[in-house]
Design a protein around this ligand. Structure first.
Ligand code: HEC
Ligand code: HEC
Ligand code: HEC
Length: 420
């Protein structure tokens, strides 16, 4: 109690200090609004909206396109995405292009209300003027849907929108993407897509206690809370995408491209939060853009590696027994995987190698839930939540994470319990 009070007062003091430091809000000063009837522009905008994955957040399952209403669980409470169809009352129908650009670049509404960074304007601030204009034309070409946004449920002090002004002063870096002249056009295109539109770092970059990207370790892996069908939420870990030897150094460029384009590659198949990223966004991008993203990602310099707790021999032995009994028939005793039965678990799965085992634990407890793709495996993996207890899941995960060349460290029964 005392600690949380202390934490809250530090937060408020920091935010207030940030507020005083904040430069006056800048407004967008680009050219005039875009005519909604410009079809070529709207078509280009549609492609960019796919790259930005607007629909995954702004279209609720079974809901109208871009009409919002999807809940997002954060450590500070629940926030809903808004209606971004051109409805005048409940959407953005009355917004000028400058209003739209201000929300995407500065995270403010036309009336000056602050927006929460669950809306990834920390990345979208880097989108170019031309691309913003095209996205605006596309949104304006959609049917206007009347649908008010549900009320949010945030804890104090995070329910005070004005405090986001201070958060921004501390953590938000405004600015359009600046090409790096020492790099190729392809690399720059990839960097622009990954950093600005596709906002991969929103999940893959580690965050501090106030939900801001930690400086100095872009793409080194981050924790992410996701909704669970039927209510509640569960932590995941978006693994290290730098070229460290537990990150993307494990995959050749072609395998990364195959994963982003099709959801599958030689090593693994997508499951979890990446399903939406791949199905709604990257799989629908052109080959050139996918190649550009892989060129950029493969050149990210390796992150500093966290110390990984060694695994006692006793736990390795127990894990091996559980593995050979419950897992080896499909993943094979060597962890090599069987092309018809199950993917590889030896060096090649970023999820298995990750310093934080949250995504791997979800796979074991709840069975990896893939997207709607032509069947690849003969049988679905069991939900081991019904078969193994916390200690057994921890032991088998520790065993896999430290066998066959994997060096990912210990998983504790507490870490498993947290995800039940
Ligand atoms: C990760 C989820 C996510 C993605 C991706 C996303 N948004 Fe949002 N967006 C939100 C949330 C949540 C809000 C509401 C924020 C708030 O209430 O403070 C929001 C708010 C907005 C707003 C402000 C609307 C208003 O009424 O205040 C606009 C405009 C917007 N988004 C446009 C877009 C566009 C365009 C894209 C794609 C390029 C996009 N968003 C992608 C989650 C997302
Ligand atoms: C909404 C959060 C989120 C976003 C946005 C996101 N990722 Fe991920 N990513 C995850 C999580 C969580 C995992 C681990 C579980 C899974 O596969 O879903 C992951 C896994 C991965 C993996 C490793 C797959 C494996 O199984 O070894 C790669 C590669 C990857 N993401 C690339 C990307 C790229 C490139 C982007 C941007 C286009 C991106 N991700 C955007 C959350 C995200
Ligand atoms: C019936 C066969 C089968 C058995 C038995 C099985 N699995 Fe799996 N496993 C699969 C399949 C199939 C996938 C891929 C599913 C997908 O990604 O769509 C998978 C994926 C995984 C993944 C995710 C790998 C990645 O990075 O994508 C992990 C971790 C895993 N299994 C661990 C285990 C453990 C631990 C056990 C034993 C307790 C086990 N599996 C038993 C079939 C099996």
């Amino acid at each position: 109690m005392l600690r949380s009070l202390l934490f809250a007062s530090v937060v408020i003091a920091l935010m207030f200090a940030g507020w005083l430091l904040l430069p006056p809000a800048t407004t967008f000063d680009a050219a005039s609004p875009v005519p909604a009837e410009d079809n070529a522009l709207a078509t280009r905008g549609e492609y960019l909206a796919i790259a930005g994955n607007c629909a995954s957040c702004h279209t609720a399952p079974g809901g109208e396109q871009m009409a919002g209403g999807l809940p997002f669980v954060t450590p500070f409470g629940t926030i809903h995405s808004t209606n971004i169809t051109p409805d005048a009352e409940t959407g953005i129908g009355n917004w000028s292009f400058a209003d739209f650009a201000n929300s995407m670049r500065h995270g403010v509404r036309p009336d000056g209300t602050q927006l929460y960074p669950v809306f990834p304007y920390t990345a979208f601030t880097r989108i170019s003027d031309d691309d913003l204009a095209a996205i605006f034309a596309y949104l304006n070409s959609l049917p206007a849907i009347r649908q008010p946004t549900p009320a949010n449920d945030l804890s104090f002090p995070f329910n005070i929108r004005a405090l986001m002004k201070a958060w921004k002063a501390l953590f938000f870096e405004y600015g359009v993407y600046e090409p790096d002249a020492t790099q190729s056009d392809e690399w720059n295109r990839g960097a622009y897509l990954v950093q600005a539109l596709a906002h991969c770092g929103e999940c893959h970059t580690p965050r501090n206690a106030l939900g801001a990207a930690r400086a100095g370790s872009p793409m080194a892996g981050g924790e992410y809370l996701d909704r669970v069908p039927g209510g509640g939420h569960r932590p995941w870990f978006a693994p290290d995408l730098t070229s460290s030897d537990t990150g993307l150094a494990l995959w050749p460029e072609g395998e990364l491209a195959a994963y982003l384009k099709t959801g599958r590659n030689f090593f693994i198949e997508t499951f979890g939060p990446m399903n939406e990223v791949i199905m709604n966004s990257t799989s629908r991008l052109g080959e050139d853009d996918i190649r550009a993203m892989t060129v950029y990602l493969k050149e990210l310099s390796g992150s500093a590696q966290a110390v990984r707790a060694p695994v006692p021999e006793r736990i390795m032995g127990r894990g091996r027994t559980i593995y050979n009994l419950h897992c080896g028939t499909c993943h094979l005793p060597t962890g090599e995987g069987d092309p018809d039965m199950a993917p590889k678990l030896n060096r090649g799965s970023l999820v298995v190698q990750a310093v934080n085992p949250a995504s791997m634990i979800n796979a074991i407890l709840y069975s990896p839930e893939g997207p709607d793709l032509p069947p690849r495996w003969r049988e679905r993996m069991d939900e081991f939540q019904y078969i193994l207890d916390d200690e057994e899941v921890a032991a088998v995960a520790s065993y896999i994470r430290n066998s066959w060349g994997n060096r990912a460290g210990l998983v504790t029964p507490d870490q498993v319990a947290r995800q039940r």
